[in-house]
Design a protein around this ligand. Structure first.
Ligand SMILES: [Mg+2]
Length: 127
């Protein structure tokens, strides 16, 4: 029996509580698998070692390397890999900066799950 290939999503998020909620929601509602990066540099490395990645959720504010810089590097190497930025509430300008850095889309904290799922499904091409 062949196993159905689940989409693999990288969540780059330094805060444990944010990561835990996102992981739970994605695994339950999207039937996807999740891996985690705790900073931007780790996110870059994980995109290099996981060729089967389908999508990246990229927190912007992270230690070591922020989400803008990580996105810039990832997009030079894997242009086709969709990246959705997670921007901090009230920091106007971050949305624009995220798109300029190469992110395909963004959601702002606090994340509205219905909007996040719409965007993820759009990029994963699932109904
Ligand atoms: Mg953060």
């Amino acid at each position: 029996m062949e196993e159905i290939q689940k989409p693999l999503i990288l969540i780059a998020e330094d805060e444990d509580s944010n990561y835990t909620v996102l992981k739970m929601l994605i695994e339950r509602k999207l039937y996807a698998e999740v891996i985690r990066a705790r900073d931007g540099l780790e996110a870059v490395e994980l995109t290099r070692t996981n060729a089967n990645l389908s999508l990246v959720l990229m927190d912007i504010k992270m230690p070591v390397m922020d989400g803008f810089e990580a996105t810039g590097i990832i997009k030079t190497e894997r242009k086709e890999l969709p990246i959705i930025a997670i921007t901090a509430y009230g920091l106007s300008g971050d949305e624009h900066k995220a798109l300029s850095a190469g992110c395909d889309d963004y959601v702002s904290k606090p994340i509205q799950t219905s909007i996040l799922f719409e965007k993820i499904k759009y990029f994963l091409n699932i109904a």
